[in-house]
Design a protein around this ligand. Structure first.
Ligand code: ADP
Ligand code: MG
Length: 568
């Protein structure tokens, strides 16, 4: 290669450079995440190519990233001993946009600064993000397997063009040297860099090394020592094989990410392959957080892309009714710079959400239906903490409605203590001969539900009625019309038809009574003209003279009271 060639950036690169440096400034520290991720990719590529050519490791088989600070020169260097680039690769990869994703992005640019800045969040910006903090970047690289003399130096101010020259580079791999802009000296602080690495790159499986610093009392300053230490944890728990992880390690990790001091109730760890590739490590906590009721609260999942931290509380990864679940999703498909807005629309995310939802439901089913009584008790404990939130799912998650309905637990007229322990499967299993519906009653309190006159006939006939006293129960009923082919019927609504449960004589008596009392009913109806829609003779009462019921399809008395309280 002739020494020093000047090349012009591809037109799209110029546009992208301008956009990146201007619109990502508010979140400038991400440049380090991007450059470390490139270093990590380069090491992955070397590892892959070395599978059939181990000579590529030369004499340095330990893949690693080193971060070097030069305060005098005001440079920050990200060094890796990965695959490296030859001159042509440097020209191609750093001077043009070959990635289809970025091309698509360029095609969608509108020229409107604000809109474009939003767009950029959806695509990886990669190498060029270095120009947010640097006014010149020098890349020195040598491809694995090439001779020391085949090294390349690429350098550019990130405006119109870049220079390439041949250099001697004995060490394999790539140095990316950032010449920091005026005012960006914070990135010369080892402490600052460590904190950024801790935030974004802790779980990169490669060691990231920095030089130790020591306080020199004589010079009165921090001096850099010739001793290196690993500053990231370098092993993401979820990337390890299940069989290598102990329960204690799983629980410790949970405590770290959830800030919960108690062990979780259950967890699940899987690698999913196929249409969408990702790893999930999901936990069900033992205790509800104080703000569980806040539906705006973001979910508890952390999103990683190829072991690089992207964001906390990625609510798009699970439906809102599973917002109590904590854990990590690591996707192999999403771009690094994915934004919350994009997460909501991405098809990959949709697949992840469906997959995670199924996993959480399986975890709960496993507890609820376990042969081990201790596990079933854990489910009861779970229900006490999170049951009311899970109920939201019946209305929100149509695809899983049946599974969710089986997980519901209610208080019932068959259990004295009022504990929510009866599932719909149990209820249906012990329905009376000829009983066609699942009977429920809603009320503000358990006592009100239990003593409702509307229950009299059911008590007399020994028919079980579920007692619903949670605030979300009315809403639940408006979505849970049937279970296992049996209609769910509120005993406080309409003319409860006991159907086959009523014998012929009772029916006849009721009809006769309706005839006899017709004139009386007319008079009561007339005097309650604006207050009651209808007045009927009923067989549902045993001891009480009268009771109020709602019309079928109307809001129930309980809901009407709730709405009134809420000022509606
Ligand atoms: P992406 O990483 O998404 O491909 P980048 O803009 O981050 O996009 O990087 C562009 C390309 O430059 C990479 O695909 C790779 O070929 C090359 N590259 C960047 N950094 C390195 C590195 N440290 N070692 C080897 N190649 C690199
Ligand atoms: Mg990259």
């Amino acid at each position: 290669m002739d020494n020093k060639q000047t090349h012009s950036f591809q037109a799209e690169v110029k546009q992208l450079l301008h956009l990146v440096t201007h619109s990502l400034y508010s979140n400038k520290e991400i440049f380090l995440r991007e450059l470390i991720s490139n270093a990590s990719d380069a090491c992955d590529k070397l590892r892959f190519e070395a599978l059939d050519n181990s000579a590529l490791y030369e004499d340095a088989p330990n893949l690693e990233v080193r971060i070097l600070i030069d305060k005098a020169a005001r440079t920050l260097t990200i060094r890796d001993n990965g695959i490296g680039m030859n001159a042509q690769e440097a020209i191609d990869h750093l001077g043009t946009i070959a990635k289809s994703g970025t091309k698509e992005f360029m095609g969608r640019l509108s020229g409107d600064q604000q809109k474009d800045a939003q767009l950029i969040g959806q695509f990886g910006v990669g190498f060029y993000s270095g120009y947010i903090v640097a006014d010149r970047i020098t890349v020195e690289s040598r491809r694995a397997g090439d001779s020391a003399a085949q090294g390349v130096r690429w350098t550019s101010e990130g405006t119109g063009d870049f220079e390439v020259e041949a250099i001697d580079k004995p060490a394999r791999g790539t140095d990316v040297v950032l010449h920091l802009r005026e005012g960006e000296d914070e990135f010369l602080s080892a402490w600052k860099l460590r904190s950024i690495i801790g935030k974004y790159s802790d779980h990169i499986s490669l060691p990231i090394l920095m030089q130790k610093e020591e306080w020199d009392a004589e010079k009165q300053e921090q001096v850099v020592k010739d001793e290196w230490e690993t500053v990231n944890k370098a092993a993401a728990l979820w990337t390890r094989s299940k069989s290598d992880i102990t329960q204690e390690q799983y629980e410790e990790f949970y405590k770290q990410i959830s800030f919960d001091s108690q062990a979780p109730l259950a967890y699940t760890h899987n690698r999913v392959e196929g249409r969408s590739e990702y790893t999930q490590l999901l936990y069900v906590p033992a205790k509800a957080p104080y703000d569980l009721w806040n539906r705006d609260k973001r979910g508890g999942l952390k999103l990683y892309v190829k072991r690089i931290f992207i964001m906390d509380d990625a609510e798009a990864l699970l439906p809102s009714y599973l917002r109590f679940v904590k854990g990590v999703v690591d996707s192999a498909d999403l771009p690094l710079n994915v934004s919350r807005e994009i997460l909501q629309e991405s098809r990959d995310v949709k697949a992840i959400r469906e997959g995670c939802t199924k996993r959480v439901l399986s975890m709960l089913e496993d507890l609820a239906n376990n042969e081990d009584a201790a596990k079933r008790e854990q489910y009861a404990a779970f229900w006490t903490e999170f049951g009311s939130v899970l109920k939201e799912g019946v209305g929100e998650d149509f695809a899983n409605r049946e599974r969710l309905a089986k997980l519901l637990r209610f208080a019932s007229t068959q259990a004295d203590d009022g504990a929510q322990t009866v599932g719909l499967v149990d209820y249906v299993a012990r329905m009376k001969e000829g009983q066609q519906a699942i009977y429920v009653i809603t009320a503000d309190t358990l006592a009100a539900a239990k003593n409702s006159p509307q229950l009299e006939i059911f008590k007399k006939k020994g028919i079980e009625v579920l007692l619903l006293t949670d605030r979300v129960d009315e809403w639940l009923l408006s979505h849970l019309h049937e279970f296992d082919g049996k209609p769910v019927q509120s005993v406080a609504k309409g003319a409860v038809d006991l159907g086959a449960l009523q014998d012929e004589e009772e029916k006849k008596k009721a009809e006769e009574a309706a005839e006899t009392f017709k004139p009386l009913l007319e008079r009561i109806k007339a005097s309650l003209k604006d207050k009651a829609g209808d007045v009927r003779v009923t067989t549902r009462l045993v001891d009480s003279p009268a009771c109020l019921v709602s019309e079928e399809g109307d809001v129930s008395g309980h809901l009407a009271r709730l709405l009134k309280q809420a000022g509606q």
